[in-house]
Every structure is written in structure tokens, then in C-alpha cells.
Design a protein around this ligand. Structure first.
Ligand code: NAP
Length: 489
């Protein structure tokens, strides 16, 4: 059980791509959990749509198998399962053809009513525009219907603009929900609570007190079966343009006047537009994992022996505004690294003067916001080393790990990001979704960086699998007198 759920109104949710990996691994389990916890009401209707020639019972069997595979046994009970499966319907639909659209309309009676209705495009990106247009032209959405779009949102600024234009042709921006599942994580929202619901940090949240910020998204796995797809993309487009820049925005944004979708997104866009152009090659390090023993190299995984795609990137960004001038934001993300870790670390400037000669080193306070594993927030402090041995200083960590905070309520489960995001769509709350201009602003910063390395013909540096990335990435911080935080195995 999750505490304090606020039920949403009965809704219709059409999942296009209902037989695909994302739907089975994330969306079906997320919807089950919300119903199990009493947030999604029994009157909700979930309509799967894909080309596969299934009837409703056939799709229910597929959904049931997905629950068995992707929901923890402790959270599966027969009664909730039955109620959930009853809410599911399925219609074979071909996005590119005429098959199924009339039947889909018939599976969705009551349009025009005030019942929330959403269309989740869990489809390859080339279908986003055509699916939105068809939903509109078939009159399925009504005046208030919402469309949910998965990542990737474009490949560059031009394609993102074209996609925004295609969506705008069918749906008002206030009905478009661009998913970045990082924004649905509990800790990310806690970051906003930490910053804007506590008076403690705001006076320190600027270049007078913050030395630098590190944002790390490290994965221990390689590109696995996605190699050929990933090879045309790379870490900059796959991770930095969306997830890492979104995290940077939440750290760097000004306090919005209200916690209201456009007020929050206005502030995030300002951060993206304040990013200084990154023209210098020395502030961007690209890497590609090598092979070792039985562990395949990136080029082998991608089936592209001469690939120049980066599986790792580290860069030093600058938010060129009054608050952040002179504070580097170091971003890094990569595959087949030493461990799996997503973290934002805000490193404060050291105390200006130590009054403890010989008593120990005065450390740097670091506020670390961990997204995975073990979502939580820690604050690194310097304290007196306990005991009678005189006043010596020692590092200590104030730990706000949520699992600890929830110790008194062992039945509490940390909801997956998709659970929160799907419920926000139904509630009509766009706060945690990217607005079209945000996506374009992010691409506007990223495109010239990619263009510069393509023009130079740069090759990514090889790095050992299980390492922390290429040596040049270490130098990116060393030459500023700083170090990356450790990626734990
Ligand atoms: P997938 O496994 O390839 O599934 C694609 C779905 O689209 C299938 O249900 C397929 O069913 C359906 N489909 C294909 N052509 C169609 C057509 N012409 N008309 C109607 N349905 C059609 O892809 P996925 O991994 O679930 O990814 C879906 C989207 O989510 C993509 O945009 C992806 O980038 C994004 N995403 C996925 C993940 C993930 O973890 N998987 C994570 C982040 C983002 P039929 O073949 O039966 O039609």
C-alpha cells in the first residue's frame, strides 16, 4: 500500500502499442498498482490497441502474464487482479491504415462527456504525429482528450519542431503530455519540496555558497539488444538532452510564483535558454566501452565495427545567469560503467576558515539527491569524531533515505515513476511533463555540440567496461581541482 492516495475520477485510457515492451513492463503494472491502491477507480476503462489480432480475452491474458512477470508477488492479490483485468479491453488498430478505427470509437462510448480521456502513444516515434492526427480526425478525443507522447521527442531541433507542429495540429498544448519518466521519480519531486518548502537551502542556493554541481546517470549494462537502434542516437541524445538537462533545470531554476504547471515550466525554460554554448572540445568528453573477456565491446553490441557513437559522455555546462555564474555543472552518463547510479550532488564551498589546527580536515558539505538505487537524500557534514580522544573532525552523513523514513510503515512501497505520471495525466496536471518549448530549448543547446564534434570528426575514447569512464572525463574535473563522486559497484 502507498499512503494517502487521492482517487482520480473514472477515466478512459487508450494505450496504443499495448502489446509492446513498455506497455507490458511499465504501463500495465503501473495501472494495476494504482487500481490495487484504490487510486484508479473500478469504473476506469483501459483499452489496448495494436495491430496484433487479439480479442479482449486474448489481451487480458497478455496483461495477466505481464502482472505475473513485472509485479512483486506480495503486491498481487486475486481480487485486485480480477477487478483490474475486467477494466481492460482491446481493439486491433493499424495506425497507418484504416483497420480498427471504427471499432476503437465503438469501444469508447460517451465521448463529449466530462470523463477524462487519454491516448498513450507507446509507439515508435514515427507514429506520434500520425496517431495524434488520426485520433483527432476520428473525433475520439473530444474537447478535453489528452495525448501522451513517449521519448525520444525528436532527434534534433528540426525534428522536434516538426513533431511539435504535428501534435499542435491535433491537440492544444495544454492537452499534450511529453513523458520524461525521471520527472516522475519520488526524489525528483522531493528535490522541489526540499528547495521550495524549506527556508534552509534557498539563501545558500547560489554562486556565493555552491562550488559546483555533479549530475551522474551511470548504468552497469551495455546497450544490450538495443544496439542497432542506439547506434544512431548515442548518450547525448538518449540521456543528456532530456533526463540530465531536466535534472539540471530543477536544481538551477528560480522559485516559481506558484506550484502550477506553466509557472514551473516557464522557470525551467529560462534555465535551458541560459545555458552557455559549449563550443570548446575540452569541455565535452565522449567515450565508447571496449570489450574485455566475455564482455562485448560497444561496436560488437551495436553491430557497427566502425561506430563513432558515444556510449558515454561527460561535459561541463554553465548556466550563464546572475545566480549561477561561475558554478560549473558537470554532467556525465554512460553505459557499462562500474555500477548503476543516478545522482545529483550539490557541493558547497568549504568553510572559509578552519579554527581546528591539527584537529582534522574541514570537509565540503555535499547535498546528494539519489534517484537510484535507494532513492533518498543525504547531506555530507563534518562533525566531531565521537569519543574522548580530543576534538578531531570526521565526515558524517545525514541520511534522509526514504526507506529509512518509512521504517515505521513497512507496508509502504515506493511507486514507480509511471504510476505517478499516468495519474497526473488523468488529473490533467502537466507539471511533471515537458512543454514543447522546453524540448526545443534543450535541442537548441545540444545540436551545436553534436555538430561541432561531427565537424571535427571526433572519435569517442575507449574505456574499460566496469570502469568510471574514459580518463579524459577524470581530467575534466581534475584540471578544475575537483573530483567526480565515486560510482559504487
Ligand atoms: P515495442 O516493444 O517495439 O512496441 C511497439 C508497439 O507498437 C507494439 O505494441 C506494436 O504492436 C505497436 N505497433 C507497431 N506498429 C503499429 C501500427 N502500425 N499500428 C498500431 N500499433 C503498432 O516498443 P516499446 O519498447 O514498447 O516502446 C514504445 C515507445 O516507448 C517508443 O517510442 C520508445 O522509444 C518508448 N520508450 C520505451 C521504453 C522501454 O523501456 N521499452 C522506455 C522509454 C521510452 P503490433 O506489432 O502488434 O502492432
Amino acid at each position: 500500500m502507498v499512503a494517502r492516495v487521492v482517487p482520480v475520477d473514472p477515466f478512459d485510457l487508450v494505450v496504443f502499442g499495448a502489446t509492446g515492451d513498455l506497455a507490458r513492463r511499465k504501463l500495465i503494472p503501473a495501472l494495476y498498482h494504482r487500481m490495487h491502491d484504490g487510486q484508479a477507480p473500478e469504473g476506469a476503462r483501459i483499452v489496448g490497441a495494436a495491430r496484433a489480432d487479439l480479442d479482449a480475452d486474448g489481451y487480458r491474458r497478455m496483461a495477466d502474464a505481464a502482472l505475473t512477470e513485472f509485479v512483486a508477488p506480495a503486491d498481487l492479490d486475486a481480487a485486485s487482479r480480477e477487478i483490474f483485468l475486467k477494466a481492460i479491453d482491446y481493439v486491433p488498430v493499424d495506425i497507418g491504415g484504416d483497420d480498427g478505427w471504427t471499432a476503437l470509437g465503438e469501444a469508447l462510448p460517451e465521448h463529449g462527456s466530462s470523463r477524462p480521456r487519454a491516448f498513450y502513444l507507446s509507439l515508435a516515434p514515427r507514429f506520434f504525429g500520425p496517431a495524434a492526427a488520426r485520433v483527432k480526425s476520428e473525433g475520439l478525443a473530444g474537447a478535453e482528450g489528452r495525448i501522451v507522447v513517449e521519448k525520444p521527442f525528436g532527434h534534433d531541433l528540426g525534428s522536434a519542431r516538426a513533431l511539435n507542429a504535428a501534435l499542435a495540429g491535433a491537440f492544444d498544448e495544454h492537452h499534450v503530455y511529453r513523458i520524461d519518466h525521471y520527472l516522475g521519480k519520488e526524489t525528483v519531486q522531493n528535490l522541489m519540496a526540499l528547495r521550495f518548502a524549506n527556508a534552509l537551502f534557498e539563501p545558500l542556493w547560489n554562486n556565493h555558497h555552491i562550488d559546483h554541481v555533479q549530475i551522474t546517470v551511470a548504468e552497469s549494462v551495455g546497450v544490450e539488444g538495443r544496439g542497432p537502434y542506439y547506434d544512431g542516437v548515442g548518450a547525448m541524445r538518449d540521456m543528456v538532452q532530456n533526463h540530465l538537462l531536466q535534472l539540471l533545470c530543477l536544481i538551477a531554476m528560480e522559485p516559481p510564483a506558484h506550484f502550477e504547471p506553466d509557472a514551473v515550466r516557464d522557470e525551467k525554460v529560462k534555465v535551458l535558454r541560459a545555458l552557455a554554448p559549449l563550443s570548446s572540445a575540452e569541455n565535452v568528453v565522449r567515450g565508447q566501452y571496449a570489450g574485455a573477456g566475455a564482455s562485448a565491446s560497444y561496436a560488437e553490441d551495436a553491430q557497427s565495427p566502425d561506430s563513432r557513437t558515444e556510449s558515454y559522455i561527460a561535459l561541463k555546462a554553465e548556466v550563464a545567469n546572475w545566480r549561477w555564474s561561475g558554478v560549473p555543472f558537470y554532467l556525465r552518463t554512460g553505459k557499462r560503467l562500474r555500477g548503476r547510479m543516478s545522482e545529483i550532488a550539490v557541493a558547497f564551498k568549504p568553510a572559509p576558515h578552519s579554527i581546528f589546527p591539527g584537529g582534522g580536515k574541514v570537509g565540503q558539505n555535499v547535498l546528494a539527491i539519489r534517484l537510484q538505487p535507494d532513492e533518498g537524500i543525504t547531506l555530507g557534514m563534518t562533525i566531531k569524531d565521537p569519543g574522548p580522544g580530543g576534538l578531531r573532525l570526521a565526515p558524517a552523513v545525514l541520511d534522509m533515505t526514504f526507506a529509512e523514513a518509512m521504517r515505521g510503515a513497512p507496508s509502504l512501497r515506493m511507486p514507480d515513476a509511471y504510476e505517478r505520471l499516468v495519474m497526473d495525466v488523468i488529473r490533467g496536471d502537466q507539471t511533471l511533463f515537458m512543454r514543447g518549448d522546453e524540448c526545443e530549448a534543450a535541442w537548441s543547446w545540444v545540436d551545436p555540440i553534436i555538430a561541432a564534434w561531427e565537424e571535427r570528426g571526433d572519435r569517442p575514447a575507449a574505456y574499460d567496461p566496469g570502469s568510471s569512464g574514459p580518463d579524459d572525463a577524470l581530467m575534466l574535473l581534475h584540471r578544475d581541482g575537483r573530483r567526480w563522486r565515486e560510482i559504487a559497484p
